[in-house]
Design a protein around this ligand. Structure first.
Ligand SMILES: [Zn+2]
Length: 188
């Protein structure tokens, strides 16, 4: 089982971060300063300079069964971010839409939030929770950086969306994007 999770996380970081060398997560963590929960929240709320109407008709070409897209984004305070979108073309419940911080200290991607489908089991380790299969939002925490494999291991169940596009809507709304033009994909 351990081998499986290592492969998964390698795949994830390979996909999310195409420019940095692939290092084991433990090494990356040692190089990076732990961000406080307040800092994480500040990055999430920093206003993003991004024209969300670009997303209205975007339809990435499927590669190996997934529609994927990454947008590079500037925050108004000069922070660099990335928005990523991944959707399994065969299984509409398998998707992940998220916001990454490009760390100034290491240049690494740091996952601030991920809005996931309900295609896999999730169990919080810090703090310890019950296993569930449901739509869920991962959130970076100080505790996870210190004790878990990934900074955003902690997740909460949500009923805010049930499709990848609706998850994207929620992410834009929650994470400092200008969504004046109301919902793009009809969240509920
Ligand atoms: Zn998950």
């Amino acid at each position: 089982m351990k081998g499986v999770s290592v492969m998964r996380s390698r795949f994830k970081y390979k996909f999310l971060n195409t420019t940095s060398p692939i290092l084991p997560r433990s090494e990356l963590t040692q190089l990076s300063r732990v961000l406080s929960d307040d800092e994480i929240l500040r990055y999430i709320s920093e206003r993003k300079r991004f024209d969300t109407s670009k997303l209205r008709n975007f339809n990435p070409k499927p590669i190996k069964g997934h529609k994927k897209k990454i947008f590079e984004i500037d925050g108004v305070d000069g922070t660099k971010f990335k928005l990523f979108y991944r959707e399994n073309i065969k299984n509409p419940l398998d998707f992940s839409v998220g916001l990454l911080l490009v760390r100034e200290d290491t240049g690494e991607d740091f996952v601030l939030r991920r809005y996931n489908g309900k295609s896999h089991r999730h169990k919080n380790k810090c703090p310890l929770g019950k296993e569930f299969v449901d739509f869920h939002i991962h959130n970076a925490t100080k505790e996870c950086q210190e004790k878990c494999d990934h900074e955003e291991d902690f997740a909460v169940i949500t009923n805010e969306y049930s499709t990848a596009r609706q998850a994207l809507d929620c992410m834009l709304r929650d994470c400092g994007f200008n969504t004046m033009q109301s919902t793009l994909f009809g969240g509920f």
